[in-house]
Design a protein. Structure first.
Ligand SMILES: Nc1nc2c(c(=O)[nH]1)N[C@H]1C(S)=C(S)[C@@H](COP(=O)(O)O)O[C@H]1N2
Ligand SMILES: [Mo]
Length: 197
């Protein structure tokens, strides 16, 4: 079963194609420094910081968590949008439940194998559409698109979705990630064209 979440623009009183975006049928690759290697026997997914039960999961254990498939749109801050991407993975709230998020957590910093980081307020993560995805269109997520595991954030520009994600840090104060430190918006709402800070 595929859950269609391509209507979430209505929540932002915007059109399906956010302002200043153009549609592409391609799925371009954007990476700050190429595709990192990963080793299936040592790969671990971890959550830490303001949590009660910091989990540490192998890739197999991660893919044993309850999962869902969603049809989502993907908006890159450089101006392209790709409609109808099918991602399969674990929702952010499922991971948050597993870790037991403490009451004072307010922000999340995602960590990735290439050293990339990105921050999102906790409230903006606690939605079903924020998915830790390991399949794309029914196939294992291609490595250049973040395989084995990436985050997707269809309600935010795509730099909020860390490819090659291995860690989620729950913070009690905001901290800026890789692109946020370099001038991109903290909030990144495509329907308000929040591109730069
Ligand atoms: N780990 C990591 N995640 C990342 C990036 C990166 O360089 N490293 N680039 C971001 C940017 S700027 C975008 S637009 C999307 C691109 O995803 P794609 O290559 O699958 O299109 O990934 C985001 N996540
Ligand atoms: Mo981007």
């Amino acid at each position: 079963m595929v859950t269609d979440v391509t209507g979430l623009h209505e929540e932002y009183d915007g059109d399906r194609l956010p302002p200043g975006q153009r549609r592409t049928e391609r799925f371009p690759v954007l990476s700050k420094s190429g595709t990192p290697d990963w080793n299936p026997s040592t790969w671990e997914f971890e959550a830490w910081g303001a949590v009660e039960e910091p989990p540490s999961l192998s890739f197999e254990e991660f893919t044993d968590l309850p999962s869902e498939t969603q049809r989502q749109d993907f908006h890159c801050v450089t101006g392209w949008s790709k409609f109808d991407c099918e991602f399969t993975g674990v929702t952010f709230p499922t991971v948050a439940d597993l870790a037991g998020v403490e009451d004072d957590a307010t922000h999340v910093l995602f960590h990735a194998l290439d050293g990339y980081t990105t921050d999102i307020p906790l409230a903006d993560c606690m939605r079903r559409e924020v998915l830790f995805a390991y399949e794309y269109d029914g196939e294992p997520l291609p490595e250049d698109h973040g395989g084995p595991l990436r985050v997707v954030t269809p309600h935010r520009y795509a730099y909020k979705g860390a490819k090659w994600v291995t860690g989620v840090e729950f913070l009690t104060d905001p901290e800026r990630g890789y692109w946020e430190k370099r001038g991109y918006s903290d909030s990144a709402n495509p329907w308000n064209e929040e591109r730069y800070s």
